[in-house]
Design a protein around this ligand. Structure first.
Ligand code: CO8
Length: 260
């Protein structure tokens, strides 16, 4: 079945998956998340010839600017937790995919976009890439694994600061902190990702699969953090602050939070 918001192309056994909602800076709406789920659970596993997958965003401005805030207004504690849980399941499919998945990050990778990049095995950033978890600006917390994976990549100290301030990291700072593997000139992220996939393709495929499984196992001693994130995401989506934060974004004004 065709995809509405994903562009899939294949060249030399490398699949390029482009999140294709440029007018919304490739924000991950429900339809896109469902399509990503379908792609990684049904479509991609059948393509046994693949060397790997490159995930990128349409246009020059953004990789993915987050979950689609315009779908947030109707959320409450239960539906917020359900949405976060589904999103985490989608991103686990990516993290556990048996072939290498590389994020080619152009422009903004914010919120769910930063979380999508972090679920991939490697990240190539363009010089103009900007990473961040700005959910607190909306009165919520990350829900697609961001509170957990950001710590895994850059350590607790800096992760807590970014999660609390919502500040963005430029590409070179993201590289210095270990969030991205390489920084390349704008427009060359996919080429760099292909170069790496071609190198990995010369190695034993079973070994690569086992590297992925073993590295993931390092972080699976305790999944409470992810479950906690779902619960707390649900709790923050039930607040007046969240409704105010999302409404202010859509109305293009500064939010007035009341702490309720
Ligand atoms: N959702 C929906 N629409 C978006 C989003 C988004 N995340 N980001 C940008 N857009 C839209 C804008 O509304 C705008 O549309 P329109 O032209 O119709 O007004 C269009 O994209 C272009 O955006 P801007 O005009 O804002 O472009 P700027 O260059 O001025 O700013 C920014 C670019 C800085 C990236 C700005 O768009 C921005 O701050 N975006 C929101 C970033 C953000 O807060 N991301 C986090 C969202 S929350 C999240 O990801 C939670 C993940 C877990 C969810 C768990 C389940 C619910």
């Amino acid at each position: 079945m065709a995809y509405e918001n994903l562009l899939i192309t294949e060249e030399d056994h490398i699949l390029i998956l482009t999140i294709n909602r440029e007018q919304a800076l490739n924000a991950l709406n429900t339809q896109t998340m469902q399509e990503l789920h379908r792609f990684f659970s049904e479509d991609a596993p059948k393509r046994s010839h693949l060397k790997g997958i490159i995930v990128t965003g349409a246009g020059e401005k953004a990789f993915v600017a987050g979950a689609d805030i315009k779908e947030f207004l109707g959320l409450d504690a239960a539906s917020g937790a359900e949405m976060a849980s589904f999103g985490q399941a989608v991103f686990f499919l990516i993290e556990r995919f048996p072939k290498p998945v590389i994020a080619a990050v152009n422009g903004f990778a914010l919120g769910g976009g930063c979380e999508l990049a972090m679920a991939c095995h490697l990240r190539i950033a363009a010089e103009d890439a900007r990473f961040g978890q700005p959910e607190v600006n909306l009165g919520i917390i990350p829900g697609y694994g961001g509170t957990q994976r950001l710590i895994q990549y850059i350590g607790k100290s800096k992760a807590v600061e970014l999660l609390m301030t919502g500040d963005m990291l430029g590409a070179s700072e993201a590289w210095r902190l270990g969030l991205v593997n390489h920084v390349v000139p704008n427009g060359l992220t996919v080429d760099k990702a292909k170069e790496i996939l071609n190198k990995i393709a010369k190695k034993g495929p079973v070994a690569i699969q086992k590297v992925i499984e073993s590295v993931n196992a390092y972080f699976q001693f305790d999944e409470d953090g992810f479950a906690r994130e779902v619960r707390e995401f649900g709790n923050t989506t039930g607040t007046a602050d969240f409704r105010e934060g999302a409404a202010a974004f859509i109305e293009k004004r500064k939010p007035t939070f009341t702490g309720k």
